[in-house]
Design a binder for this molecule. Sequence first.
Ligand SMILES: NC(=O)c1ccc[n+]([C@@H]2O[C@H](COP(=O)([O-])OP(=O)(O)OC[C@H]3O[C@@H](n4cnc5c(N)ncnc54)[C@H](OP(=O)(O)O)[C@@H]3O)[C@@H](O)[C@H]2O)c1
Length: 285
Amino acid sequence: MSLAHLRVLLTGATGGIGRATARELSARGAAVLLTGRDREALEQLARELDPDGDRHGVMPADLTDACERDRLAALAIDWRGGINALVNNAGVGDLRLFLHESPEQIDRAIAVNVTAPMQLCRALLPQLVRLSEAHLLNVGSVFGAIGYPGYATYCAGKFALRGFTEALAREADGTPLRVHYLAPRATATAMNGAAANQMNDELGVATDPPERVAVAVCEMLEGSRRRAVIGWPEKLFARLNGALPGVVDAALRKQLPVILRFAASGRQRPAAANPIVQNPRSSLS
Ligand SMILES: NC(=O)c1ccc[n+]([C@@H]2O[C@H](COP(=O)([O-])OP(=O)(O)OC[C@H]3O[C@@H](n4cnc5c(N)ncnc54)[C@H](OP(=O)(O)O)[C@@H]3O)[C@@H](O)[C@H]2O)c1
């Protein structure tokens, strides 16, 4: 189905999933307002997507800065008569024990993964609700439904984003605004460093190409589907964790020694000072 009627503000457009999504949206005819922090990368992407025209726009912005976010929202409201879709895709996340997170890392993760999408949505909602068709799509994660060791701060943010999206979708019931939440599983992008990739390999966790997520984004924007999780067995585990979390506790307990080994590999405190790494069972079970 063509998405030529869509004018999409896409955050995180310079990242792995963002670039693939920009390409897929462009291939399906949408006009995309690309944002990230790197102007040069954004301009290069816009040229790649439409070498001879000016269908796509770029606006660099640090989404943790309220003024830059407001400027971005103001542009989006005007751009090509106003956007009719917002895809909140920008995100940060690292494999790291919570014990090793700095206060600044926690603040930054919540600012990018929760505050920024909520505030962008708040700024753009008055424009979106006036239209006969509009979309808000938040890119969450399987870790927005499963608390996974080594990702406590990331999980906190994605759980929050999922709750926000669900509540807003219910608020918008009966209106032309379609609110979607897409939860990818592990995806091959720069977000996952060497330790995360090695851990996933050792645990047999499947990793998708970003193009798979991009197609899922476009398919959601074509319809009114509210929520989707990419991949088995992640779909099943996300549901199971909601209904029978003890079963998932037991499954993750088996993976824990491997997770702790990789999560602690970039630690900021010596292992000797880390009782969780020394004795995972007694500390975490
Ligand atoms: N990769 C995975 O395994 C995976 C799995 C499930 C869900 N996801 C979700 O998918 C989304 C995209 O992730 P990805 O894998 O494509 O990651 P990525 O390649 O690291 O890209 C992250 C994007 O977010 C942008 N960003 C980060 N901090 C920002 C800030 N302060 N202001 C503005 N933009 C900022 C980056 O832009 P800059 O160029 O400015 O850095 C970049 O475009 C995220 O929401 C992530 O949580 C990823």
